[in-house]
Design a protein around this ligand. Sequence first.
Ligand code: SAM
Length: 272
Amino acid sequence: MSDSNAMNTELTLTDQLYGDNPLKVRETDQYRNEYVMSFVEKWDELIDWQARAESEGQFFIDVLRARGKETVLDVATGTGFHSVRLRDAGFNVTSADGSASMLAKAFENGQARGLILKTVQADWRWLNRDIQGKYDAIICLGNSFTHLHEEQDRRRALAEFYAALKHDGVLILDQRNYDTMLDEGFSTKHKYYYCGDKVSAEPAHIDEGLVRMLYSFPDGAQYTLNLHPIRKNYVRRLLSEAGFQRVRTYGDFQETYAENDPDFFIHVAEKS
Ligand code: SAM
């Protein structure tokens, strides 16, 4: 590792606060320490809005329109990519996230595109305390659900999502293909989701309880996310056990796919 990289890693560790042994940090609350403002400022370099819009096409818009959905709660707004896209497509979107820095950036991104986003700071585990009303649809995208490190938090978040939906509501939740990552190691075509081609995103550590992703930027800056790997069928089971009647899982936006091939799975879970 070069001196400048070593310096950046050091900076990252102090900036993002992982303590002495980052591999031991496996707590749901950690996301608050990870999305520090300097990382948030770089997030759009990582996801490249235009390339991402091109690769996912109309997928989410089509899923929502096909079911006649109008009100959408984006529970993992991040910097606002899907909130903005859905607003532009005519949906009535509320943009929630547990990170105040992410929401501030999303609001700024909305403003730059002539939109005033309706933002709410809300942790999924206490979602219904902070949001009002019931929604036609909830989206939880960009591999966000994997930030929950404990099963009880995953169940709790899904119960909160379920309760925030109308009786015929739909939840769209995506995840990286951790099955392949855990069983065969990491590879990605980098085609979907995180499309910025100047940023590398790869796991620095993988075990059944932790995937530590390392994001390296062209200026040498490095940031990490400690994520809990969730297997596809496990998530499908959690969705069913939370009460969702039908769960359809797509691989990289396709209905049929080779099991170990997709980078991402997208679950479309319907309440009725
Ligand atoms: N959806 C955006 C995208 O695709 O670019 C952001 C994805 S980012 C990987 C994950 C987001 O989930 C972050 O904005 C983070 O603050 C949020 N998040 C993680 N855990 C959360 C929790 N328990 N409650 C609310 N938001 C949470």
